[in-house]
Design a protein around this ligand. Structure first.
Ligand SMILES: [Zn+2]
Length: 238
């Protein structure tokens, strides 16, 4: 058994035993960490609020057989503006939820960590863009190798009459390939999603009234391919 240092963003936690909590953390170095914070549910816990979800923490861990025990924790970044705004808390929660669904244990997760960290930084810097969560979802999909096709038909590669979206096919489909479950898209939605997928989180394109449709489609796409239900976050300004 050894002491080691690590860092990461707290994804969630749940009660464990009489007074402890299991804290799930995304570490860039080791992926999803399952740690235990002892005595954290006592009123005078030495950890205070430092292990709340969203917090980027520096950790000293005592390695255990199943769970590592947190012996020291300090806050690197708390994203205070996100916490003060219910709308942004909802978006951050949806980001955590999605990351939790794809992160693996004992596997480095640098790009996933950077995406989440970037998402929180942008969210902390000002009011959320209506397309922020959608862009986050699309980048996450690309990271795990399931980016939806948003240009040519996902089934035949054709470029003509591509106006529907198929979850099983993995993106937009043309009228010849569309199965009855393919959904008709509002004009411009594919272009909007493609431009979100290719933009920096801090400088997203105008939504043109398509933000809610885009977010719903991106969320359902991830849910379909990851076989998980995600929390629904409100779309800012619409
Ligand atoms: Zn086709």
């Amino acid at each position: 058994m050894a002491i080691r240092h690590d860092q990461g963003i707290v994804l969630r936690s749940y009660p464990f035993g009489e007074s402890d909590r299991v804290v799930i953390i995304l570490s860039p170095n080791h992926g999803k960490l399952r740690t235990v914070a002892k005595g954290v549910r006592k009123t005078k816990s030495r950890f205070g609020g430092r292990l709340e979800p969203l917090t980027h923490v520096d950790l000293v861990l005592y390695e255990g057989r199943n769970l590592d025990t947190i012996t020291q924790v300090s806050v690197i970044e708390a994203f205070p503006h996100v916490r003060m705004d219910l709308e942004r808390v909802g978006i951050a929660g949806a980001m955590l939820n999605a990351v939790d669904a794809v992160a693996q244990e004992n596997e480095s997760a640098h790009r996933l960590f950077l995406l989440l960290h970037r998402g929180f930084r942008v969210l902390d810097s000002g009011p959320a863009d209506p397309g922020l969560l959608t862009a986050f979802y699309l980048k996450l999909a690309a990271l795990v190798g399931i980016a939806p096709s948003l240009g040519d038909c996902a089934s035949c590669g054709g470029l003509v009459d591509v106006e529907r979206f198929s979850f099983p096919a993995g993106g937009v489909v043309c009228s010849r390939c569309a199965t009855p479950d393919a959904v008709k898209l509002r004009p411009g939605l594919t272009d909007y999603l493609a431009s979100l997928a290719g933009s920096e989180l801090a400088s997203l394109p105008a939504s043109g009234g398509l933000a809610a449709d885009g977010q719903g489609l991106a969320r359902r796409f991830l849910e379909y391919h990851l076989e998980r239900k995600f929390t629904v976050a409100e779309v800012p300004g619409g």
